[in-house]
Design a protein around this ligand. Sequence first.
Ligand code: FMN
Length: 399
Amino acid sequence: MKKILLAVTGGIAAYKAIDLTSKLTQTGYEVRVMLTENAQQFVTPLAFQAISRNVVYTNTFLEENPHEIQHVALGDWADAIIIAPATANTIAKLSVGIADDMVTSTLLATETPTFVAPAMNVHMYNNKRTQHNMKILKDDGYHFIEPGSGYLACGYVAKGRMEEPLAIVSIIDDYFKAQQRISTSSFNGKNVLVTAGPTVEVIDPVRFVSNRSSGKMGFAIAQALMNRGANVTLVTGPTQLEDIPGAKMIHVQSAQEMFEAVKDRFEHQDMVVKAAAVSDYTPSEVLEHKLKKQDGDLSVTFKRTVDILKYLGEHKTSQFLVGFAAETKDVDAYAEQKLQKKNADVIISNNVGDQTIGFNSDDNELTMHFKDGQHIYIKKGRKSDLATRILDELETRWQ
Ligand SMILES: Cc1cc2nc3c(=O)[nH]c(=O)nc-3n(C[C@H](O)[C@H](O)[C@H](O)COP(=O)(O)O)c2cc1C
C-alpha cells in the first residue's frame, strides 16, 4: 500500500482536501494529513482524522513519539507528498526555505517527491512573485498540478481553482505507475545518446541546404527513454521543439558538428539511437560572401559528409546501435543492407515518401529490422506511442 502525506494549507479550497483524502483512501492509499494553523480556519483536523483513520498533524512541537522527530519522520514515511490546496503563502515560504510550522518544517526536511496543487485568487496566482516562486519550485523538481479555470470564491471566473480531487488521484496513480516502469526497465540508469532533427549545411552567409526532418521522432524516443529512467543525451539539429527537461541537450547545426558531438560522447554510452536526418552532402566550400545573381545556370559542388552511423559501427565496443532508414522506395531492402553495412544492431525503417507519415508528420509507421533477421512491424500511430513500442521491443533484447 503506497503512503501519501497530504499537506493542507489555508485556502478556501481546503474543503476539497477532505474529499481528496476520501478519494485517496478509497483508491487504496494510506493517507496521513497535516494542516497549517490557517488551514484550520477553513476545515477541522477531526474531519481528516475520521476519513484517513490516522492521527492528523498540526503542531511541530507536539512530539508524541519519543523515538522519532515527527516532522522528519513524517516526510520519510511517505512515498509521495501532496500539498492541496497550496496557498501562495506556503508556496512562497517553500521557495525560500522557511520552516516555521508543521507543514513547512516537514516539507523542508524531506526528499520525498512532492506534488503541489495551487489554489488562489487569479491576481494572487498571476502575481510576479507567485509565478517566480512556483518557477523556483518547478526547477527544483516539485511536480505541479496546474489549477483549472472556473468560478473562484473571490467572484472572478478565471484560473486559480484547485484541480478536482479525482484528477489529482489519477495524476498520483500515473506517477506510481511510471515509477514502477522505471524501476523495472532495463534502460534505468543507462546512458543513451539520441540524435534528432535535420542538419543545416551552409552555402553562403544567407543560404543553406537542409531537409524536412522535424525532430519529432528522435525527441519522442528521448522522452520515452527519460520515462524509463535513462540518462539521456539528445544531440539535435535545429527544430521547433522544446528542450526535454532533464535530458542533456546538445544543439548543433551541420553534419560535421553532429558527428563531433556524437563521437566525443560515444565511449560513455550504453546505447545510441540515430534518429537524425543527417545530410549526406555538404557544399565543397562555404562562401564568405553572399552568392550574387548571375546569368545562366548555377552549379554548386558538394562533398560527402562523415557517415556517423558507419563510424559508430566501426568503433563500437559494447554500445548497442540503433539506426533509422528514411527512404522513399525499397524501404525494407535498403534497411537490411544498412544493417549489415553499418554494423548496427537494429535499423528502423520508415517510408518518408508517404506524406501522411514520416518527416514532418506527428504520425509514423515503422519496421524494426534486427540483426538476427527478425522484423517487427509497428503500425501507423503517434510518434510518442511508436517510441514507447520501440522501447518495449528493445527492453529485453538490447543487452
Ligand atoms: C476567506 C479566505 C479565503 C482565502 N483563500 C485563499 C486561497 O484560496 N489561496 C491562497 O493562497 N490564500 C487564500 N487566503 C489567504 C490565506 O489564508 C493567507 O495567505 C494565509 O496566510 C495562508 O496561510 P498558510 O499558507 O500558512 O496556510 C484566503 C483567506 C481568506 C480569509
